[in-house]
Design a protein. Structure first.
Ligand code: PLP
Length: 392
């Protein structure tokens, strides 16, 4: 048999973590509380749906422009300038089918067989296969675990070799909930410039930041626009995960390489969906602010409750929809704890080890995918679990 192709056979098996263990419980009708998936709990705002329906009624059902509709890219350029400090022209923007599609295009367009790509660990696992499918090799460089999972350029530089081609950044970070400071990003930018690396910047959670935190796009730092592909999506901030809509801004000289991938794997994004995206970014952002405020209310409840449980310590997430509590005091591995929680409480959380070795001793708990009341119920169950565990 000559299939599948070697690049498929050689890539890591895809895993969906704890979700894969829920099948039997779902079949038995168990009252599961899903705190493992990063799926927004909100409905897409009405004005976005209305604009999309209007586009269909207006006959926007035919082929469109390969990089995305010009009017939409012009509005995206304004948004990037205003919100991200990125001076991209509409010609430097490609509309995509979500962050996943952008990241795949970047890996295919930038990574040659044998090239190394640095992933900061704990990492977002779904970027691994994209690098491997391009023939590249993932090299994980740990964040500074003892210092709130911060970026320490000195640590990361140890993992750079002559084969390193690209650094992958996720900011705000999944799974740690960190929003990186200007100083941390400058450290990473310094490495990219010194070693002539491309940065693939995943900013899917750009709008979901809390308290007085500010999201900074690494491409806005001096010398970075010409070596960064900044990737955004409507997925999380506008609760449009099922729509599959995103965009990326890249150096002008790299756009034709990116288009070579996107024109071949999907031609272009559905034309009428782009009208929904246009409405999302050009109308008032009150809907985003309301959803983020509710996420913050859920975060505050979750973190306060977790910190009151024996054996659990949880830092306040600065952004994203994930808390990353430390459970080392239990003396058990994160996989053991996550499996025991599932079995005994029917709450689904992810083991920190799913995000690489430096996630061991932690759990990832999503507060963006269920209501405040369900988080309360989940915390009641987890509290009983950790109190019991203390006595065994
Ligand atoms: C860090 C990160 N990047 C990308 C994605 C996927 O985004 P999209 O649905 O737009 O492809 C997710 C979804 O959870 C994510 O957490």
């Amino acid at each position: 048999m000559k299939w599948p192709a070697e690049r498929i056979a050689n890539s890591s098996p895809k895993s969906f973590g704890m979700y894969e263990k829920t099948g039997q419980l779902i079949a038995r009708g168990a009252d599961l509380i899903h705190l493992e998936v990063g799926r927004p709990s909100f409905d897409t705002p009405v004005h976005i749906k209305e604009a999309t329906k209007r586009a269909l009624d207006d006959g926007k059902v035919h082929y469109g422009e390969f990089p995305g509709e010009l009017k939409f890219r012009e509005a995206l350029a304004d948004k990037l300038h205003r919100d991200n400090g990125i001076a991209a022209t509409p010609e430097q923007i490609v509309v995509t089918g979500g962050l996943t599609h952008s990241a795949f295009a970047v890996c295919m367009a930038a990574v040659d067989p044998g090239d190394e790509v640095i992933l900061l660990e704990p990492y977002y696992p779904q970027h691994i296969n994209k690098v491997e499918l391009a023939g590249g090799r993932i090299v994980t460089a740990p964040l500074d675990v003892d210092n709130h999972f911060s970026i320490d350029a000195e640590i990361i530089e140890r993992y750079i070799t002559p084969k390193t081609r690209m650094l992958a950044l996720v900011n705000p970070a999944n799974p740690t909930g960190r929003v990186y400071s200007r100083e941390e990003l400058q450290g990473l930018a310094g490495l990219a410039i010194k070693h002539d690396l491309l940065v693939m910047s995943d900013e899917v959670y750009e709008q979901i930041v809390f308290d007085d935190k500010q999201h900074i796009s690494i491409a806005s730092l001096p010398g970075m626009a010409e070596r960064t592909v900044s990737m955004f999506a409507f997925t999380k901030g506008y609760a449009m995960d099922g729509w599959r809509l995103g965009y990326m801004a890249a150096p002008a000289a790299f756009i034709s390489a990116l288009l070579k991938i996107t024109m071949n794997d999907m031609s272009h994004v559905n034309v009428f969906i782009q009208d929904g995206g246009y409405a999302a970014i050009t109308a008032t952002q009150d809907c985003v602010a309301q959803m983020v405020a509710e996420d913050q209310r859920r975060r505050d409840l979750l973190v306060e409750r977790l910190n009151a449980m024996p054996g659990v310590r949880c830092a306040l997430p600065e952004g994203s929809i994930y808390a990353f509590p430390n459970i080392q005091a239990t003396g058990l591995s994160s996989q053991q704890v996550a499996e025991a929680i599932l079995e005994q409480t029917h709450v689904v959380v992810e083991a920190g080890s799913f995000y690489g070795d430096s996630g061991e001793g932690y759990l990832r708990v999503c507060f963006g995918s269920v209501s405040y009341e369900r988080i309360e119920e989940a915390m009641n169950r987890l509290e009983a679990f950790f109190v019991d565990l203390q006595h065994t």
